[in-house]
Design a protein around this ligand. Sequence first.
Ligand SMILES: [Zn+2]
Length: 82
Amino acid sequence: MADESSVACPRCGQEWLRNVRLVRFERPAVHCQECDALWIDVTPGKDNFEDYGTFMRRGGVMEPDAAAEIQLLGLYRSGTRR
Ligand SMILES: [Zn+2]
């Protein structure tokens, strides 16, 4: 559940950020389900995201929206280290 440690998307402000795992690459990331902003190895900010679909296609994933490509781990929390 969202609470005071939840973090709203700094790009769109419309959704809570979530910790995910990019299954194909076995990498943790932070993702916004609303606008598809993606943060890898950085603290989420409004200027340092990548577009999820662009990132995945660059890595050779032609169907980045397939459910099997992204594993939802739960809400991203401020003040927690990944
Ligand atoms: Zn967003």
